[in-house]
Design a protein around this ligand. Sequence first.
Ligand code: NAD
Ligand code: IPM
Ligand code: MG
Length: 359
Amino acid sequence: MSKKILILPGDHIGPEIMAEAVRVLEHVNARFDLDLELEHALVGGAALDAVGTPLPDDTLAKARASDAILLGAVGGPEWDNVERHLRPERGLLGLRSELELFGNLRPALLYPQLAAASSLKPELVAGLDILIVRELTGGIYFGEPRGIRTLENGERQGFNTYVYSESEIRRIGHLAFGLARARGKRVCSVDKANVLDVTVLWREVMTEVAKDYPDVELSHMYVDNAAMQLVRAPKQFDVLVTGNMFGDILSDAAAMLTGSIGMLPSASLDSSGRGMYEPCHGSAPDIAGQGVANPLATILSVAMMLRYTLDKPEAAAAIEAAVSAVLDRGLRTADIRAEAETPVSTSQMGEAVLQALAG
Ligand SMILES: NC(=O)c1ccc[n+]([C@@H]2O[C@H](COP(=O)([O-])OP(=O)(O)OC[C@H]3O[C@@H](n4cnc5c(N)ncnc54)[C@H](O)[C@@H]3O)[C@@H](O)[C@H]2O)c1
Ligand SMILES: CC(C)[C@H](C(=O)O)[C@@H](O)C(=O)O
Ligand SMILES: [Mg+2]
């Protein structure tokens, strides 16, 4: 039976990187006989401009009916002044929440060809392969109450609520431990249990979950130290598990260890393995329209989709090998090039991946 893939390009560089990822997806669809049916829909600022909401009912219905979703990126300064609940980013958060995509996998893997592009010295990142497992549908991003209110003295006050229930912590814990079991067998849980009550519970529940995985070692680290350790000695980590906001911040920092935010793919999974796949970066309005964005994070997100939701590891491996072959050839978009190198464009990079796949 055919599988439905929903394509959501989004805003600014979203459509530029998506065009290359879709070419790759169509190629593997034909070559591996995957029987995938691609559909398109609007999300984010593009949807807001077209129909007045960042997550139209039609998009949500198509998302629910699809087997997997590939998303580019949303947002941009032209929507800075729209009402808070209508911002483009709310479209993305709405999808994550409505589809219960609680498990966000953000692998930071250094391609050896990009050692010189890493923000750390080569010896600190050689062989880097860490996995950030970020809780994606709870925490301070979704806690209620939230808003901006006016106090009795007339002053305005903004507020959010940082809340996690035991079951939310437990399910992200099991996901992280299950993944660690299949790789380096070490989980570092990142929290702020010296200050925040919610993460005192986080630490307790992670410790309980660990009892089901005696072959996996659990350690705990405060988030400020974790940020420092990531840029000091990142290879000490295997799997990092953390809450929504800490995971957002740590994954952007981890991206620079791999050379660029343009290299980091992600999977956002529900409890049945259905997922949405997207690069970790945003819509990069500063470089949009120039054809210079790195499409590899999105192309590698296609590989994650094939591996995690569609169960086609050989097609995923073919894409990853093609990316590696292109880097072997010395092709670099502007974000990962050394000073002396001439960068290739977004579409040249996509074309080169296709050629490597075909060759
Ligand atoms: N998942 C998403 O859709 C997502 C993620 C992060 C930010 N955003 C949104 O994107 C908008 C811009 O946010 P920002 O500037 O803070 O973050 P950003 O990730 O869009 O850009 C940060 C920097 O990284 C560069 N960059 C990002 N992706 C790149 C790529 N593929 N190739 C080369 N360079 C790349 C940009 O040019 C910029 O200098 C905001 O509206 C933000 O809310 C969306
Ligand atoms: C755009 C924003 C809502 C999003 C997040 O904070 O989760 C982004 O930064 C990400 O990392 O996917
Ligand atoms: Mg982010």
